[in-house]
Design a binder for this molecule. Structure first.
Ligand SMILES: Cc1ncc(C[n+]2csc(CCOP(=O)(O)OP(=O)(O)O)c2C)c(N)n1
Ligand SMILES: [Mg+2]
Length: 576
């Protein structure tokens, strides 16, 4: 039969359950756009910038069962999107990147949008495909989907040259998609040993990353069986419910919240799941896990990379933890309720919050007041999105997350500009849930135009802009060593103008007294399908535990000579 490449692409994308594509049309992909316009299963979404499109696709994958998909032009679209593709790659998020390609049948070079896209994307994708026959289109998209979602997930790129899209060509069949399920063998002996080791430990503890996000029930079962405290990484913040009495909060070392730091002080056996012990997760490698460490991950390359493990178990967190819980239950009786630990966690959490409440925010919005009020007004299943900056760590330390996948943020690629498009997309794919973004003002300036995409589609996302006038996570780090803020004080912005321009509602929260009413009004407008930008005059004068922890860790690692140089310069600049 004869089919155009655009038809074949649409057929394959429908088969793998793509619900939305994000991007901007150009001469190299309008044929696919025209096909999608006819699709009853896929809605192509126009964005304002392909960088936003990639963050949107990422958020679709993080907050739904659909794979986030880009449909972009070659070269210029791909380079714009590469920030979001990189984020998905380092954070382990599945993504399908479909771009047109220059003509392969013209015999000409110096074509519009000509570049080696595969070379550019190789370091930030799991695999790239270049279509060179009609027969290949459907199988390549199916394989791309499988590669993106299998093992540690990540982005996969497919280039479809425009000549295939435009003109019909012969294909022998249009196969339906059948998901290949690979049952990976798990190491039962290692799991048994892990169960025994954990049970025998005096103070076992659990440390969960994003890789454990879909194993919530199993993680709760194990924590309760052992009476073990549970800490999470930043990305894994939603991998354990914050309202569970064994939940301690983010981190385990000096950059952790107090409840976590204290609960893990005596930890003599750690069960780490779905974390790579990367720089952010470990507070600049400031953690010191016990020798007895059981590390579970779907990617065996992460084992012993930064911290040695005594037992390593490769596999899907849900499968391995289910088996681990089964082993514990078959060999032992549950440990007695660890009341002292639960009381200590609860007291530490209350004391930390109190420390924040007592901080004088000098008439601006106290972050703890804001998040306490937000938590009070949000439903349990709300989705909270953060960008990258001081506001991210404030959110992590002060905003309890109650549901798996209820918090997402750009973590290891650490790309500012993520939040606004991600809120838009998370709301698009989760219309029944409240979706709110916590966005640094600097990050908002990067991609705020994706509020236009939200308002145009009638999506009631709430964009809380933490307006401190600075690139604070960096200006805070400049303060002590340099005593000056080179390029970290933002130019003044009138956020109402952005709301007016993009058709969003606008609210200002000036101080603590406005929090209740301002949040209430924003959520109400959002429930009426209005996108809402909220200018929050936030107070950043108190540092997060994370920031204090990493500064201390990094300084301690300096040689005496470098320490003297830095301290000397800091003192001198203060005197002069
Ligand atoms: C694309 C990109 N550029 C620069 C940085 C470096 N950076 C990390 S956090 C940060 C400050 C962010 O400022 P803002 O969005 O206002 O958030 P705040 O720290 O003030 O809460 C910067 C510049 C980055 N992570 N990503
Ligand atoms: Mg800021």
């Amino acid at each position: 039969m004869k089919k155009t490449g655009a038809w074949l692409a649409r057929f394959a994308l429908e088969q793998i359950g793509v619900k939305y594509t994000f991007g901007i049309p150009g001469v190299h992909n309008t044929e696919i756009y025209d096909e999608l316009n006819k699709s009853e299963l896929i809605k192509p979404v126009l964005v304002t910038h392909e960088g936003g499109a990639a963050f949107m696709a990422d958020a679709i994958s993080r907050t739904s069962d659909h794979i986030g998909t880009l449909l972009i032009v070659p070269a210029a679209g791909v380079t714009h999107a590469s920030s979001g593709i990189g984020e998905a790659f380092l954070d382990g998020i599945p993504m399908l990147v479909i771009a047109g390609g220059i003509r392969t049948d013209s015999g000409k070079t110096y074509q519009l949008h000509e570049m080696d896209q595969h070379a550019l994307l190789a370091p930030i994708t799991k695999k790239t495909f270049k279509i060179d026959s009609y027969e290949q289109i459907i199988p390549a998209i199916y394989e791309a989907y499988q590669v993106a979602t299998r093992g540690e997930p990540g982005p996969v790129f497919v280039e479809i040259p425009v000549n295939f899209q435009l003109f019909p060509g012969e294909v022998s069949e249009t196969p339906l998609f059948v998901a290949e399920t690979i049952e990976n063998e798990i190491d039962h002996e290692a799991i048994k040993l892990a169960a025994q080791t954990l049970y025998e430990a005096g103070s076992p503890g659990m440390f969960l990353g994003w890789g454990a996000v879909d194993a919530l029930e199993e993680a709760i079962g194990i924590a309760e069986f052992l009476g073990a405290p549970v800490a999470t990484t930043l990305q894994g913040l939603s991998s354990f419910p914050a309202n569970h009495p064994l939940h301690t909060g983010m981190g385990i070392g000096p950059a952790a919240v107090p409840a976590a730091e204290n609960a893990f002080k005596k930890c003599d056996c750690m069960l780490a799941v779905g974390t790579r012990f990367g720089e952010i997760a470990t507070g600049s490698y400031g953690v010191n896990p016990p020798q007895n460490m059981i590390h579970i991950d779907i990617n065996k390359n992460v084992f012993n990379a930064n911290y040695p493990a005594s037992i390593t178990i490769e596999g899907d967190a849900k499968v391995v933890l289910a088996e681990l819980l089964k082993q514990l239950q078959s060999m032992h009786v549950p440990k007695p309720d660890n009341k002292n630990l639960k009381t200590a966690i609860s007291n530490d959490k209350a004391a930390y919050l109190d420390e924040w409440f007592k901080h004088d925010s000098k008439g601006r919005v106290n972050p703890a007041r804001f998040f306490t009020e937000l938590r009070k007004q949000l439903n349990d299943d709300a989705i909270v999105v953060a960008d990258d900056g001081n506001h991210t760590f404030l959110t992590a330390e002060l905003m309890p997350i109650h549901r798996a996948r209820g918090f997402i943020s750009p973590t290891d690629f650490n790309c500012m500009g993520y939040c606004t498009p991600a809120v838009t997309a998370a709301k698009l794919v989760n219309p029944e849930k409240q979706v709110v973004g916590i966005i640094g003002d600097g990050a908002f300036l990067m991609t705020c135009m994706e509020t236009l995409t939200a308002s145009s589609l009638g999506l009631g996302g709430v964009y809380f802009v933490f307006n401190d006038g600075e690139l604070s996570q960096i200006s805070q780090a400049q303060e002590i060593p340099y005593n000056r803020k080179t390029c970290t004080v933002l130019h003044e912005v009138k956020y109402k103008g952005i709301a007016d321009a993009t058709g969003c509602e606008f609210i200002t929260i000036d101080n603590d007294r406005h929090c209740e009413e301002g949040i209430n009004e924003a959520l109400l407008l959002a429930s009426l399908n209005k996108a809402v930008i909220v200018d929050v005059k936030i107070d950043y004068s108190k540092r997060t535990r994370f920031t204090k922890g990493i500064v201390k860790t990094n300084l301690e690692r300096f040689t005496m000579g470098n320490k003297a140089r830095f301290i000397g310069r800091a003192l001198l600049r203060r005197v002069l």
